[in-house]
Design a binder for this molecule. Structure first.
Ligand SMILES: *[C@@H]1O[C@H](CO)[C@@H](O)[C@H](O)[C@H]1NC(C)=O
Ligand SMILES: *[C@@H]1O[C@H](CO)[C@@H](O)[C@H](O)[C@H]1NC(C)=O
Ligand SMILES: *[C@@H]1O[C@H](CO)[C@@H](O)[C@H](O)[C@H]1NC(C)=O
Ligand SMILES: *[C@@H]1O[C@H](CO)[C@@H](O)[C@H](O)[C@H]1NC(C)=O
Length: 363
């Protein structure tokens, strides 16, 4: 069962990570178990993006709404439709199960898993519908895929392919009926859960520097506490993006509170440290009008981290202010009233202001 859980998690993350930033998806994670186990024979977990919105199993025999805005009163029609669809799915899996037992004649526990669902693109149009089966956690089985331009059917290696007639029938079912039902359900849940699904939580970005053995420095760029899950996190060396191959990490991780975190790490060798490059971590996210930036300039001998979290527009504004101030100062200087040290003091004040502004924007 451990393997199966890992597989399910991988599938879940595969589907979650691959959807575009404005798109939404509805996936049913279906498990059919034959043999003696303490689990129900048939289980469905329904996910809207990354939250669970429904549950069905063969013991309770009715559909349960979950999620943050699941109302107490049950919507009879929806519940009836879900119970009907999952009931039909359970029957088809039961049939496949008895056929698959011929493939693996040993008695005992056999598990079929099905990932079935649809995705909606940024503009609200249907993007794809997929159904993918796995047998005993390792054997890829039946796959049906339709992305509005391209339809594919793969019978897998375990059972003999369907007849032409049956294939045509199933193709029609997916392209019209299943796609419509799935999209309608997706939109219904999106409306219901919009306060959660459509919320925007700004990421916080940190550069964390750690000394490793042999003088190597490990530099991690961490973005955390953001929602939705789509984020672009880029590490730059002297303003140039660092190739992903040089970086480790990069897996999106859920936090307990429904937000996400992402970390990317770069190892900086002693030679590279001597070259005194500057490093920047930038994050762009739906919740931000401008990129968040954190910079690090290694100083030889001292481990000093220079933090500045400045949206690009703020940088522009402060550059303009600085130019204005120096023009003003130059005018006054011409009048012979200001020294150079006073000028640099003004610049220091500017930096302090940027930093306090940035820590404000960061929280
Ligand atoms: C057949 O089923 C048994 C019991 O579940 C399992 O241990 C074995 O790996 C399966 N073999 C194949 C080829 O699926
Ligand atoms: C659909 O899938 C096919 C084959 O994978 C691909 O060539 C095509 O670009 C896809 N269409 C869309 C709209 O994604
Ligand atoms: C960082 O590198 C960029 C590109 O080389 C350069 O323009 C910038 O002045 C550097 N910043 C610092 C603080 O060294
Ligand atoms: C991330 O970058 C890609 C490609 O440049 C872009 O299409 C996408 O909108 C960006 N996502 C965010 C959240 O900024």
């Amino acid at each position: 069962m451990g393997k199966l859980c890992v597989f399910l998690l991988v599938l879940l993350f595969y589907t979650i990570v691959n959807a575009g930033s404005g798109s939404h998806s509805l996936w049913a994670f279906v498990t059919y178990i034959s043999g003696e186990t303490p689990f129900p024979e048939f289980t469905v977990v329904l996910m809207l993006d990354d939250i669970q919105v429904g549950y069905f199993d063969s013991n309770i025999k009715h559909y349960i709404h979950k999620g943050y805005n699941a109302s107490e009163e049950t919507v009879v029609e929806e519940t009836y439709q879900a119970a009907y669809i999952f009931g039909a799915m359970s029957l088809s899996l039961k049939e496949r199960s008895s056929e698959l037992k011929r493939f693996n004649s040993t008695e005992g526990i056999h598990v079929q898993q099905r990932l079935a669902g649809c995705e909606m693109s940024d503009n609200g149009e249907p993007a794809l519908i997929v159904s993918r089966d796995i047998f005993n956690g390792i054997y890829a089985d039946l796959t049906i895929y339709y992305n509005m331009t391209h339809y594919s059917y793969n019978s897998g290696n375990l059972l003999s392919p369907w007849s032409e007639v049956h294939q045509t029938y199933v193709k029609g079912l997916y392209r019209t009926i299943y796609l419509t039902i799935c999209m309608e359900t997706l939109k219904m849940y999106l409306e219901k859960e919009k306060t959660f699904i459509m919320r925007k939580v700004r990421p916080r970005v940190r550069l964390i520097q750690k000394a490793m053995s042999g003088g190597v420095q490990q530099m991690s760029c961490l973005a955390f506490g953001f929602y939705p899950r789509h984020i672009n996190l880029t590490l730059l060396r002297d303003g140039q993006p660092i190739a992903e191959q040089e970086l480790t990490g990069g897996q999106l991780l859920p936090n307990g509170d429904g937000t996400y975190q992402l970390r990317k790490t770069l190892e900086v060798s002693t030679e590279e440290l001597r070259e005194t490059h500057n490093y920047t971590c930038t994050a762009s996210h739906l919740s931000l009008d401008n990129k968040l930036e954190v910079s690090w300039v290694p100083e030889s001998g001292a481990d000093r981290v220079y933090l500045s979290i400045l949206p690009a527009a703020l940088v522009m504004v402060s550059i303009i202010i600085t130019i204005c101030i120096s023009i003003c100062l130059r005018r006054r200087n011409e009048a012979g009233s200001l020294t150079l040290s006073q000028l640099s003091n003004t610049d220091d004040a500017q930096v302090a202001e940027q930093i306090s502004l940035s820590s404000h924007s960061e929280t």
